[in-house]
Ligand binder design. Structure first.
Ligand SMILES: [Zn+2]
Length: 100
């Protein structure tokens, strides 16, 4: 079963049908270039955040995953994801404090 989160600018899918060992994928829709991100439904919350950020990095830097993935591309996506997730932590804490 897949869950789709739709935004006017991009699509985010939770998928239980990704190949074994694949945590996420990113691509541009062939018809209109809409950014698409899919992540495995088997991920923990932390893995899901890192995977989505990693896939966003592929969209930003590599125009999606593509068929050719280099070690440099994967390392850059990992660094981007780690930075983005770490930057989001203080913002998440601020939002939680304001809600109390
Ligand atoms: Zn990757």
């Amino acid at each position: 079963m897949s869950r789709t989160v739709v935004n006017s600018d991009w699509y985010l899918f939770e998928s239980s049908t990704l190949p074994t060992g694949v945590m996420g994928m990113a691509w541009l829709h062939p018809d209109d270039g809409t950014p698409m991100v899919s992540y495995s439904s088997d991920l923990t919350d932390k893995e899901r955040r890192l995977t989505i950020a990693h896939e966003i990095a592929h969209l930003v830097f590599d125009r999606g995953c593509g068929r050719t993935r280099t070690t440099e591309m994967e390392e850059r996506a990992d660094r981007f994801a780690a930075e983005l997730v770490s930057l989001m932590r203080p913002a998440k804490r601020r939002v939680k404090r304001k809600r109390k």
